[in-house]
Design a protein around this ligand. Sequence first.
Ligand SMILES: Cc1cc2nc3c(=O)[nH]c(=O)nc-3n(C[C@H](O)[C@H](O)[C@H](O)COP(=O)(O)O)c2cc1C
Length: 180
Amino acid sequence: MTAPTGSANILIAVSGSIASYRACELVRNLTKLGHSVRVIMTPNATEFIRPLTFEALTSKPVLYDEYSSGMPHIEAKYGADIMAIVPATANLIGKMANGIADDIVTSTYLAIQCPVIVAPAMNPGMWNHKAVQRNISRLMEDGIHIISPENGVVVCGDEGQGKLADISYIESEILRILGI
Ligand SMILES: Cc1cc2nc3c(=O)[nH]c(=O)nc-3n(C[C@H](O)[C@H](O)[C@H](O)COP(=O)(O)O)c2cc1C
């Protein structure tokens, strides 16, 4: 991949976390910077936030149903300079680490060739679970950029590491990896 100069094609994938709504700010900021932003969602993510919100923010259709028509996972991957999964659930991380492709996000992940960023968000108990840490290590071995979650009090009241990283930090990491 040649590093884009100026504006880039950025694919944001959203999974089903309480932090899903925070992807809106990221999408808005990147769009305002002049990048072409496309959003795909897991079907579970649509329980947290409606595709319509991202469609309005990007002026592009949001793909979330793998069986809508054609081959959406192939459509989504074309032209992407970077794929950022924000937020990434424990479930999605586990599927990515094991090569499981049972929805549009995981199928696109396996099909795509550009750099991939994963920004996890989950309960601290989940984040610290050996299975999740094993899956994170595996993704790092696979060359995925992990943006570690932050420490703090999560929505359910538990305290520890698990909060989605700051949106401005995720944005700066996307731009740094793109080299712009
Ligand atoms: C209110 C609510 C909040 C949730 N928040 C998270 C979360 O922040 N992180 C996480 O890993 N799972 C969370 N889950 C569980 C996921 O939604 C669940 O594992 C789901 O299967 C994820 O699907 P996906 O990875 O296909 O999007 C939450 C569930 C509920 C009901």
